[in-house]
Design a protein around this ligand. Structure first.
Ligand code: SF4
Length: 346
């Protein structure tokens, strides 16, 4: 058993100062970190408890009309907040599609951004080969059981996927991650927050050592009328996505004025479908245009031996999610999310 010291931070500066100790880690909801510690994957020497920093547990409007969601806001509170439900229903739907009610009640927005891949080889230390857990050791998934793994943006070092639903919606909404650290505060565009694996799969994000996420900022709402989060998974709840799609549209009649599409379950980070977006922008929305756009996006896919089905599934999910978004944003209850998940993807 590892010896761990515990320190409760009263404010952001105190948390950052405490985190300068070697081996320190922030703990919020703990829904992923405690699993990693119990599995012998994470070995923090000091846990810096940030859950008592009241300033990080608020949701407030920004002067530009956007919304600031504090890093300590629980996933369930964010999903059910009136301003999130009415202005950013895409985010609410994605949050409610994630995990279970009990986990959403504990998990924080900042922690959701930091959750690590669910690759089974990463979590099972009986497998020596995992470049994310032990850099330079190899990747057991590439020649192993890789049904859940990446088809886009992977590398010869790692084919893991990011497990977050929330982050897929935030990628489509072009959020900004606000962080504070030993060198002060900075803002990270959401598309630059999570990394592709490249030759450093041990690094999931571009956060620097000792930096603390303080909030996620959403720009003014542009897509509340036409957005949809579709999650395709092996069972109707409490399962990670095989493929998920966040679709958001601005329409003039059937004409696409603006479109955002992001994919989950297919890459090491939420995958912005910029090729598909380019194909759709300025066009009349139709099944044919959507088929072309989805095919163009997935043309760059490189499936593994066990997950070629994801290429077609992702195309069909893009088409369905974007058509549902075009039909008008639906409710944001968990029941809606389950119904939307149960469609025909043929
Ligand atoms: Fe490890 Fe990544 Fe390979 Fe999974 S896919 S075994 S996380 S290196």
């Amino acid at each position: 058993m590892d010896a761990i010291s515990y320190q409760r931070a009263a404010d952001v500066n105190g948390a950052i100062a405490a985190a300068q100790r070697p081996g320190a880690a922030f703990i919020g909801g703990g829904t992923n970190l405690l699993d990693l510690m119990k599995g012998g994957i994470a070995h923090p020497v000091t846990l810096v408890d940030i859950t008592h920093i009241a300033a990080l547990d608020t949701i407030e409007t920004l002067p530009n009309g956007g919304l600031r969601i504090g890093a300590l806001v629980r996933n369930s509170d964010a999903a059910n907040h009136t301003l999130v439900r009415t202005r950013y229903p895409l985010l609410s739907q994605a949050l409610l599609a994630g995990a279970s009610p009990q986990l959403r009640n504990m998990a924080t927005v900042g922690g959701n951004l930091m959750q690590r891949t669910r690759c089974a080889y990463f979590y099972d230390t009986a497998f020596a080969q995992c470049n994310k857990r032990s850099p330079g050791s190899g990747c057991a998934a590439i020649g192993g059981f890789n049904r859940m793994h990446a088809v886009l943006g992977a590398s010869a070092q790692c084919v893991a996927v990011n497990p977050s639903d929330m982050s897929v919606a935030l990628a489509a909404l072009e959020a900004t991650v606000q962080v504070n650290g030993p060198r002060g505060s900075r803002a990270i565009a959401f598309g630059a927050f999570h990394r592709l694996p490249g030759d450093r799969p041990d690094l999931d994000t571009t956060l620097q050592s000792g930096e603390l996420i303080t909030s996620v900022d959403l720009p003014p709402p542009l897509f509340s009328e036409h957005s949809h989060y579709l999650k395709v998974r092996d069972r109707a709840s409490y399962a990670f996505a095989l493929v998920s799609v966040a679709s958001a549209l601005q329409l003039d009649g059937n004409h696409v004025r603006a479109v955002r599409i992001a994919l989950g379950g297919v890459a090491h980070r939420p995958w912005r479908a910029s090729v598909a977006e380019h194909h759709l922008t300025g066009k009349m929305l139709s099944a044919a245009t959507l088929r072309e756009a989805a095919a163009a996006e997935l043309a760059q896919a490189k499936p593994l031996n066990g997950n070629a089905f994801k290429v077609g599934l992702a195309q069909r999910a893009i088409i369905r999610s974007t058509m549902l978004a075009a039909a008008g944003t639906q409710g944001t209850t968990a029941e809606n999310a389950a119904e939307n998940n149960a469609g025909d993807f043929a």
